[in-house]
Design a protein around this ligand. Structure first.
Ligand code: TIU
Length: 220
């Protein structure tokens, strides 16, 4: 057991029970011409965290701890994409439309792939999810149980959308959740700051937060 310098108070991490969940570090959110950009967002902010996420992943791998990756994407026939999701707003490209990285947010297309710097290692689980949260309509919950995890460290994008949704879902299912504050990012700096504050407010109502350095110190 190791104590991490987390906020709002220290968290004891159990080495047999902790894993890393890397949310949606896909080209569609991080590179120009993808889903994130189609919604009108500046993707350069998200590109900046790739080296930090890579360091966190390497730390978990070096400690022999599980790394789980998620991807937000849909079946080619869009059977798992509610029209309410596809038709909302006025993006330049809708989910399923042909873009510079193939069909937007469709499994198997180049844009849906995880950025090459963070490519899953052989044997690591990759969860494709049609929603913002990783539990809905996926085997994520069964995977966590199979791996015997009770504590989850979170990284990825975007902080207040898919990361926070998944943390809240995990928190309700009894997992202790820790967000790596410099290994997550939003298109909206104010939303990232607010999400971090609301996660750890009220005595860690959704979970804890810590820097990547402090998390890695506890693993080494
Ligand atoms: N738009 C936005 O901020 N996020 C998403 O649509 N998906 C994820 O957060 N992965």
């Amino acid at each position: 057991m190791t104590r991490i310098a987390t906020e709002p108070f220290p968290l004891d991490v159990h080495h047999h029970a902790v894993g890393l969940v890397v949310i949606d570090m896909q080209r569609d959110f991080i590179e120009a011409g993808g889903f994130g950009a189609s919604l009108g967002n500046d993707v350069s902010l998200l590109q900046a965290i790739v080296p930090t996420v890579a360091r966190l992943i390497e730390g978990f791998r070096a400690a022999g701890l599980p790394v789980i990756h998620t991807r937000e994407c849909h079946a080619p026939d869009l059977g798992d994409c509610p029209p309410a999701k596809r038709l909302r707003g006025s993006p330049t490209l809708r989910i399923g439309d042909e873009g510079p990285m193939g069909r937007v947010l469709i499994a198997g297309e180049p844009g849906a792939e995880i950025v090459p710097e963070l490519a899953p290692a052989p044997g690591e689980t990759v969860i494709d999810k049609p929603g913002k949260g990783a539990f809905y309509a996926t085997p994520f919950g069964e995977t966590l149980e199979r791996l015997g995890l009770t504590q989850l460290v979170f990284a990825g994008v975007t902080t207040e959308v898919c990361v926070q949704t998944t943390m809240r879902e995990a928190n309700d299912r009894g997992y202790e959740c820790l967000l790596a504050t410099d290994a997550t990012e939003s298109y909206f700096p104010a939303f990232k700051a607010a999400a971090i504050e609301m996660i750890r407010a009220q005595g860690a109502i959704v979970g804890w937060t810590a820097t990547t350095d402090d998390i890695l110190k506890a693993l080494s």
